[in-house]
Design a protein around this ligand. Structure first.
Ligand SMILES: NC(=O)c1ccc[n+]([C@@H]2O[C@H](COP(=O)([O-])OP(=O)(O)OC[C@H]3O[C@@H](n4cnc5c(N)ncnc54)[C@H](O)[C@@H]3O)[C@@H](O)[C@H]2O)c1
Length: 295
């Protein structure tokens, strides 16, 4: 596989594209929204320069990575891909439309991977004529740093496709671990109830944002508190994942907390919108707790 396409240039798509480009793959990063593409370009530029400053990469690697990347809003540009990784909004209908359209643009050998956090891979493949090529490739945020890729086999995924994706994941210096096709897989089935419970604790006045996050960092050894992590993931994404698990697993414990729903309705989505449980207007560091959540 030499030509990779990434669909969706948001929080995850730009990290996935950067990682592949840094490992010498030709990458087309596609989005319907031109602003997302411009933001992705500038985020990748900043990330690469941060890595240079830390002496993790050199000038030549920056140049090659930059040359390996094409930013596009033309679907045609995806046609010669060997692997397409979809990283668009966490919504089944939106994803299904994109994959159906991809079928008429890509060759039969092209593998279709979804970075979905919770949607069934089997369901995503259901309306496609070649279901065997569809697989879940669930990268973690931030992609350039996190080692894990959760690999999810749908009921139709061929063993050949799984093997290729596992080998391929290793080739970009990531660690593939497999999970079966249940809503939320493993990572979000365990993580999201914790985030939801932290929001519930905040909402019922058990403690404030700084203390909840501090207790989980210092007491449990988590690198980041659950509310700060929710801001990083995107509160809209957290809400969608919980809704999918709530419906798919038919269990009340996954119902998104009301405060989470309110914040999403107000457009407070976390880091990407500038405010969630923390305020990010001056810097991307979550140091300023929004007054609303301080005691
Ligand atoms: N945010 C996380 O921490 C995280 C972690 C792992 C997996 N995921 C999953 O990755 C996927 C993307 O999440 P995100 O956080 O990057 O979302 P995001 O909201 O940051 O970005 C989504 C991007 O998709 C684009 N888009 C929407 N519809 C499109 C279409 N039809 N065609 C092309 N582009 C389209 C949007 O313009 C936007 O740029 C979701 O499935 C999510 O569940 C997210």
């Amino acid at each position: 596989m030499s030509k990779i396409s990434v669909i969706g240039a948001g929080t995850m798509g730009n990290g996935i594209a950067q990682t592949f480009a840094l490992h010498d793959f030709h990458v087309t990063l596609y989005d319907i929204n031109k602003e997302s593409l411009e933001n992705a370009r500038s985020t990748i530029h900043k990330n690469l320069n941060r890595m240079l400053a830390k002496e993790l990469i050199n000038e030549l690697e920056i140049k090659n990575t930059t040359n390996n990347l094409i930013y596009s809003n033309k679907f045609d540009d995806l046609s010669s891909s060997d692997l397409v990784i979809e990283a668009i909004t966490e919504n089944y209908e939106t994803k299904a439309i994109v994959f159906k359209k991809l079928e008429s643009y890509c060759s039969d050998d092209c593998i279709f991977a979804s970075n979905t956090s919770s949607i069934s891979i089997t369901k995503i493949s259901e309306n496609l004529s070649n279901k065997h090529r569809v697989i879940g490739m669930h990268f973690m945020n931030p992609v350039p740093i996190m080692k894990l890729v959760e690999v999810i086999n749908g009921s139709h995924t061929s063993s050949e496709v799984t093997k290729k994706i596992i080998d391929f994941t290793k080739s970009i210096n990531k660690i593939p671990l497999t999970a079966n096709d249940y809503p939320g897989f493993i990572s979000n089935r365990i993580l999201l109830p914790m985030i939801n419970e932290a929001i519930e604790a905040l909402d019922s006045g058990v403690s404030d944002v700084k203390s909840i996050d501090g207790i989980m960092r210092l007491g449990m050894g988590h690198p980041m508190g659950p509310l700060q992590l929710a801001d990083l993931i995107g509160l809209d994404v957290c809400k969608s994942i919980l809704e999918i698990m709530h419906t798919g697993l038919n269990n009340e414990k996954y119902r998104p907390n009301k405060l989470l729903i309110d914040l999403v309705e107000k457009g407070n989505l976390g880091v990407k919108s500038g405010e969630g449980f923390y305020n990010y207007s001056n810097s991307k560091k979550a140091e300023v707790v929004s007054k609303r959540f301080s005691k």
